[in-house]
Each structure stands twice: as C-alpha cells, then as structure tokens.
Design a protein around this ligand. Structure first.
Ligand SMILES: [Zn+2]
Length: 139
C-alpha cells in the first residue's frame, strides 16, 4: 500500500501541462508560450497564463497583458510555488467573441504553507489576439 504515495510524488515529472488540461506541456501551453499558436479563446489564454506563472515565464505574462492595463515589467515571486488550477465559470470569450471572463481558483504554496487565490479575470480581444485585461477578487 505504501507504493501509492511513492507514485504520487512523481506526478510532476510526467510532462503534463501545469494548466491541468490533461495534455502534455509540449502539445498544450508550450505552443502558446513560444508564439507558434495564438489562444483561440479567453479560457485558453487564461490557462496559458497560469502555466506561465508556474514556469516563471514573466515575458509571456507581460506580452499577453492588454496594452491598456499592462505593467511596464513584472517580477514573479519565486517563493510562490503554484500547485493547482480550478476553473469555476467561463462567460463568453469564445472564438467568435471579443470579450470574456473566467473565474478561477489557483492554489500555491509559500514556504510550505498553502494559499488560494480566487479571481474573476477579464479578457479582451485586440487585433485578433486575446489579452488579459484585469481581474477582481470576489467577496
Ligand atoms: Zn496547458
């Protein structure tokens, strides 16, 4: 029975995408991070931004931020270790729409202590590309 716990410790080595799509990273957010593929929906962009956070890819986070609200630069807090993403609600943001929002819960650890971040993120399309506009914490 102790083997079960052993296996669980190895799951982060399996190459699965951090956005929890169930796909391997190379066939998921990697394509967006490299710029080979553009996000088709607000949800896809949201997932790729979460992955970028887990991988410390600040460059991608800045580039996928709407020019109206984009920070000049972004520093990723390296003590934050992202451990999970759960999508709660998606409204609009489809392939034929220009605005949308995604409510999600992301979990992370700092020095072994777990936290959760709940946010309703807004996305807007500009010249055919999806961008993160802003987010608010419910409650
Ligand atoms: Zn992904």
């Amino acid at each position: 029975m102790s083997q079960g716990t052993m296996n669980m410790n190895n799951t982060h080595n399996s190459g699965l995408c951090p956005c929890e799509s169930g796909l391997v990273y190379a066939e998921c957010c990697s394509e967006l991070h490299s710029g080979r593929v553009l996000a088709q929906t607000a949800l896809q962009l949201m997932r790729s931004r979460y992955s970028a956070f887990t991988l410390g890819n600040a460059d991608y986070l800045v580039k996928s931020w709407h020019p109206d609200t984009r920070p000049a630069s972004l520093t990723i807090d390296e003590s934050q270790r992202w451990i999970g993403l759960k999508i709660k609600t998606v409204s609009h943001g489809g392939t034929d729409q220009d605005e949308g929002s995604v409510e999600f819960v992301a979990r992370y650890k700092v020095q072994g202590k777990a936290y959760r971040l709940q946010e309703n993120s807004r996305f807007r399309r500009l010249d055919g590309r999806w961008y993160y506009l802003d987010g608010e914490r419910p409650g």
